[in-house]
Design a protein. Structure first.
Length: 278
């Protein structure tokens, strides 16, 4: 009974927090909607989303940059709402929040781990699919790159012509992030498990598509992930508890086989308020 109660209480908490987080990002979307008009294109909607994300988080990044106090469950779970509140994950927080905002507009999105000085994940940014190509958005620096045809650039565009696109960065930009390379998941993070999953994806999707799979975007609503994880664990616990209660309270003997036919057979007298007799 303790396990059942703990699981139910946990699910209620995680569901409540997930609902709050969905509402929070729904409110952010409403703010961005107020800046969108009939002339906006997918590219301009993405840029306005990035602008709002940067505005919301840049001041918080300064406020929480030296924070060392315990932030409780929010910090342990590290939800996207926590990223929005504190920006303690630096570029990772900016990217997670922007990816969550972009998803409210139903754009396919992935978080890109840029390679710099030979190290992947040196800087994180967001790639969104605008209907024709994957374009890059760097919410940490409130930066996107514009191609000569006035469309947003992809990672490959910038990588292949960095001297041209480097002229579009602000003075505060870290020039070590010169689009050396990118990955979308660290398939070596959990030995055996992740390489095995990657191998299956390579076989089923092809290596090129598998390399573009982004795991992080699947877990942006951490509270929902925890809710469904505990729900899956709760179901067998509940079924075992239900079986135990039935055999204890309804069946005449613990040795009576637990079958649907026996359940119907012994529940009828209980409902009628009489005892079962052979």
């Amino acid at each position: 009974m303790f396990l059942n109660g703990f699981a139910i209480a946990s699910m209620c908490y995680f569901k409540m927090e997930a609902t709050y987080e969905n509402g929070l990002f729904g409110s952010i979307k409403n703010t961005i909607d107020g800046r969108i008009d009939a002339n906006d294109t997918p590219d301009s909607i993405l840029v306005k989303s990035m602008n709002v994300c940067h505005q919301l988080m840049s001041d918080r990044a300064y406020t929480f940059q030296d924070a060392k106090s315990d932030m409780g469950a929010e910090a342990a779970i590290h939800s996207t709402a926590f990223d929005l509140m504190t920006t303690r994950g630096a570029c990772g927080s900016y990217s997670r929040v922007l990816a969550r905002i972009v998803k409210t507009y139903h754009f396919p999105v992935r978080i890109a781990q840029m390679k710099a000085n030979g190290i992947y994940g040196a800087h994180n940014l967001v790639e969104a699919y605008n209907g024709t190509s994957w374009v890059i958005l760097d919410p940490t620096f409130d930066l996107c790159f514009v191609r000569p045809d006035a469309r947003l650039a992809s990672f490959a565009d910038v990588q292949n012509n960095w001297p041209y696109y480097s002229k579009q960065v602000s003075p505060e930009y870290n020039l070590q992030y010169h689009y050396e390379d990118v990955r979308y998941a660290n398939w070596t993070k959990i030995p055996i498990l992740f390489p095995s999953v990657k191998g299956v994806l390579n076989l089923t999707m092809g290596t090129e598509k598998a390399n573009q799979v982004c795991i992080r975007t699947l877990f942006m609503n951490a509270y929902s992930v925890w809710f469904y994880t505990i729900l899956i664990l709760f179901i067998p616990i509940f079924l075992m508890t239900f079986r135990l209660v039935i055999k204890t309270k309804i069946f005449p003997s613990q040795d009576t086989p637990f079958t649907f036919r026996n359940f119907v057979k012994y529940i009828r007298p209980r409902i009628a308020g009489t005892s079962y007799t052979h």
